[in-house]
Design a protein around this ligand. Structure first.
Ligand SMILES: Nc1ncnc2c1ncn2[C@@H]1O[C@H](COP(=O)(O)OP(=O)(O)OP(=O)(O)O)[C@@H](O)[C@H]1O
Ligand SMILES: [Mg+2]
Length: 485
């Protein structure tokens, strides 16, 4: 088997001791190689800085010339590269049964220590086989630590990638509070219940909690309780043993088992049938899963995040949802408000999605004219952020440089409701704080509103002119007068 040569840095200031180490290692020179010999601590640190990630093992004399030595030097080296292993060699003046001394070395980060000479050996390090074994073991340890560091880095990068893809965009105080809540509660294991209407970002919040928590390297297991037939949900959640019922040909792990050490995300929790609610309650109380067809329970350590777009308290009142389960799940309530209650986020979301999708689709980012932005801000967004996200993606398919309100309507595909909405939002109301207005003034207001309304209903200006029964030149003149152009 090919084994890599172990690269050693020797820190030793006395020539005859350097020779001693060299002599001891010589029979193993295929396996162990002293690359450099340095006589003081400071130069050693400089060299380690120059040759980063190069050496495997440092062998150092405990008492050397220069200011930097002993435990202090060990700590410095470890600060540099915590994977690097250090073997300390000392003179016989240090008693081999001096536990305090040994303890301090280990505390500082040394891997091993041995005695250079008990007097009668002149050519070698005392107990040369121990010395050699310690170098080889130190090397193995260094390799293991490096591998672990590498795989942790990889996992970290994965987590960072996931979080970059699951960014929560928004500047409203509601979103800021949400962010605060996430950073506050992610570290605990308390169950969280996220409420909010459809498309507000509940699942996004759940992801952010898990991937910012100490469980981030473990599984995040989402399940939509509303999307699975009642008779299957229990076997999904808790699994079953082979032969538990006809058709159970092999045993199946439940999602709780799969989420062991991680997080389970129970989406649409209010849809969970009552019988499964009872079982879930037991899992939460005991931390144990009862697998179908198995007598002993399975211990699980799972953090539970659930979400609902219904008013779950109503469900409790109506006895469709168990009250005791509700309290167990709702230890930390997080509410995600609808988009229409945080309109200042709309701009940022538009920009974010425009940018993301145009990169994805390899398209130039279009501009929105002012009316289009106003329309998007005024819109009620019944489908919340999801609706906005989908709309932006659809808009990019039109390949227009400028996005107009007309285009938005076409993309929304429900022109009437949007226009009515827009019209109603603008308030066709005669109430005015100044009381009744002269007819001329009111006519202008009405005309403006009506023009806007018809333009919303039209794909183009010429279509709008036609609907209004106006010749195009007149239409354009009136638009100008009304300040619409
Ligand atoms: N603040 C936000 N910033 C960026 N993207 C968001 C934000 N809120 C929601 N989204 C995106 O909108 C989409 C819908 O969000 P999500 O699936 O989390 O909603 P939900 O509340 O779980 O909806 P439902 O109740 O329908 O399951 C997702 O693609 C999500 O990434
Ligand atoms: Mg969801």
């Amino acid at each position: 088997m090919f084994e890599e040569q172990i690269k050693v840095l020797l820190i030793e200031d006395e020539d005859f001791d350097v020779r001693r180490v060299e002599n001891t290692i010589r029979p193993f020179e295929n396996r162990i190689k002293i690359i450099d010999v340095i006589s003081d601590g400071r130069s050693a640190i400089e060299l380690l800085d120059k040759k980063k990630n190069f050496y495997d093992v440092v062998i150092m004399d405990f008492q050397i010339a220069g200011g930097l030595r002993g435990a202090q030097l060990i700590k410095k080296i470890k600060d540099f590269d915590s994977a690097l292993q250090i073997i300390v060699i000392t003179k016989m003046t240090v008693n081999i049964t001096d536990y305090e001394f040994a303890h301090n070395l280990i505390e500082a980060g040394a891997f091993w220590y041995c005695t250079k000479y008990p007097g009668d050996i002149e050519q070698y390090i005392y107990q040369p086989t121990d010395f050699i074994m310690s170098i080889i073991n130190a090397y193995e340890r260094k390799k293991l630590i490096k591998e672990k560091q590498k795989s942790n880095q990889k996992l970290n990068r994965n987590v960072e990638d996931i979080l970059a893809n699951k960014k929560i965009i928004g500047v409203s105080s509601a979103i800021n509070q949400l962010r605060e809540g996430i950073s506050k509660y992610c570290i605990s294991n308390a169950p969280i219940l996220i409420s909010g209407s459809s498309g507000t970002g509940k699942e996004l919040v759940a992801y952010n909690i898990h991937y910012n928590s100490l469980r981030k390297y473990e599984n995040f297991v989402p399940i939509n309780c509303g999307g699975i037939p009642d008779q299957l949900i229990e076997s999904e959640l808790f699994g079953y043993e082979k032969g538990a019922f006809t058709g159970a040909e092999k045993s199946k792990p439940g999602l709780f088992e799969m989420a062991h050490h991680g997080t389970i995300f129970l989406d649409e929790i209010s849809e969970l049938p009552l019988s499964a609610q009872v079982k879930l309650l037991r899992v939460l109380q005991d931390g144990e899963v009862e697998k179908i067809g198995r007598t002993e329970k399975i211990k699980v350590d799972v953090r539970v995040i659930s979400a609902t777009n219904r008013n779950i308290e109503d469900e409790v009142r109506e006895k469709r949802f168990r009250e005791d389960l509700f309290y167990r799940l709702n230890v930390v309530p997080i509410h995600v408000p609808p988009l229409r209650e945080r309109k200042e986020d709309i701009h940022y979301l538009i920009d974010y999605f425009m940018n993301e999708f145009s990169i994805d689709m390899g398209k130039e980012m279009p501009a929105l004219n002012e009316e289009a932005i106003k329309l998007l801000v005024d819109y009620e967004w019944p489908g919340n952020v999801r609706e906005l996200k989908n709309l932006i993606q659809r808009l990019l398919f039109y390949d227009e440089k400028i996005i107009t309100p007309q285009l938005i309507q076409t993309a929304l595909g429900k022109r009437a409701s949007l226009s009515e909405n827009y019209f109603a939002n603008d308030g066709l109301s005669f109430k005015s704080p100044e009381g009744p207005q002269p007819l001329k003034h009111m006519e202008k207001i009405l005309r403006e509103k009506y023009f806007k309304y018809v333009r919303m209903q039209s794909e183009s200006d010429s279509e709008a002119a036609k609907k209004l029964g106006l010749a195009p030149p007149n239409y354009y003149r009136m638009c100008k007068e009304l300040g619409l152009k």
